[in-house]
Write a protein that binds this ligand. Structure first.
Ligand code: NAP
Length: 322
């Protein structure tokens, strides 16, 4: 089958280890099923894997990808849930210390076929396109859990999203807007800020710009470059939900004093459960939300999509058709 896979890793030149070519079809496995993918989404996680973060070198070659939608062997249209619990785990799979994401231990979704546990399929709502369904498994699921499970907000709250164009950032704006939150974003360039306003943000600011008022919660995926601004932007008692650190995980100022003095909550968030993915898919379908797609390209051209993401040149999701 055709697949985009990591054959080697390089911290400085991630694309050097990317191959787009033939890999063996998935082997049948007890309790698992094979999905014929129609579309797959790219995440920054896939760039991290090529940089050698989160994917041990002794597991290469590894098919990349956590997002995907396709057809199961019974002809059902499904969305793939990428969090794979360890054998026998019960309860919230994101809390399983031995859970993995697709492409970390088992081959991922940037391929014609992917094998997953039978419990890892979610029905694709009717009317949701393949391209939009393929956006949901990772960035959108992460945004859903950040906003609705971990931020403890009610409609009317003001939420700052650090970054504007990323997959998680655009999902946060679209979901928060649909749920009745006032969504503010920071962007590194004006054009991305302007586009954020078009998809539901109420205000857009430059990175690090002083805000006109403090906010109830900050959604943080950028990390070192924005951490201090996130802490300083919050109301006393406010919440930072952090799910990523694209610019690095060691901020120059940790702002510990402000965190305890303002009694802030710092909440880590990773992916989401199968149940949350199912509710996300229903929410998106019921509200007619169309995930912002930066570009759609055939899987055979995956290298172009990776190059765009590694360069930070995205607004929304990059989707590969299979
Ligand atoms: N914990 C989890 O389960 C989970 C799930 C999904 C993602 N993540 C992590 O979250 C991060 C974002 O993922 P993604 O797929 O959304 O990535 P992406 O599409 O590549 O987006 C990157 C985002 O980071 C911003 N950014 C990058 N460097 C920046 C800098 N130096 N200063 C300010 N902003 C910067 C960009 O802002 P602009 O709009 O200004 O360009 C953009 O919004 C990644 O690190 C990823 O690994 C974690």
């Amino acid at each position: 089958m055709l697949a985009a896979y990591a054959s080697s890793q390089s911290a400085d030149d991630p694309l050097s280890g990317l191959e787009v070519g033939e890999r063996p079809d998935p082997e049948p496995r007890e309790g698992w099923t094979t999905v014929s993918l129609r579309a797959s989404g790219l995440n920054h996680h896939d760039v991290w894997s090529l940089r050698g973060v989160g994917l041990p070198a002794d597991r290469l070659p590894m098919v990349l990808g956590c997002d995907g939608a396709g057809v199961d062997p019974d002809g059902n249209e499904v969305i793939v849930h990428a969090v794979i619990p360890s054998d026998g785990w019960r309860g919230d799979e994101t809390l399983d210390p031995r859970r993995t994401l697709l492409s970390e231990l088992h081959d991922g979704t940037l391929a014609q076929k992917v094998s997953v546990p039978v419990g890892n399929l979610v029905p694709k709502p009717e009317g949701l396109s393949w391209e939009h369904a393929a956006c949901l498994s990772t960035a959108w699921l992460t945004a859903y859990r950040m906003l609705f499970t971990n931020a403890a907000l009610t409609p009317g709250a003001t939420v700052l999203v650090q970054g504007a164009g990323g997959g998680v950032a655009t999902a946060l704006v679209q979901l928060g807007n649909a749920a009745g939150y006032r969504m503010w974003v920071t962007a590194r360039d004006e054009e991305k800020g302007r586009r954020a306003l078009e998809i539901g943000a109420d205000r857009a600011f430059g990175s690090g710009e002083r805000l006109p008022a403090r906010v109830d919660a900050v959604m943080e995926t950028v990390g070192a470059a924005t951490w201090s601004h996130s802490v300083n932007s919050l109301n006393p008692g406010g919440t930072i939900v952090i799910s990523g650190a694209t610019s690095g995980d060691a901020p120059a100022k940790a702002e510990l004093t402000k965190i305890f003095f303002k009694q802030l909550r710092v909440v880590g968030s990773t992916m989401g459960t199968r149940g949350e993915l199912e509710r996300l898919a229903q929410f998106v379908a019921h509200r007619g939300i169309e995930p912002v797609v930066d570009s759609v390209m055939p899987l055979a051209q995956a290298r172009d999509g990776f190059a765009k993401m590694a360069a930070g040149d995205v607004f929304g999701k990059i989707v590969f058709t299979v």
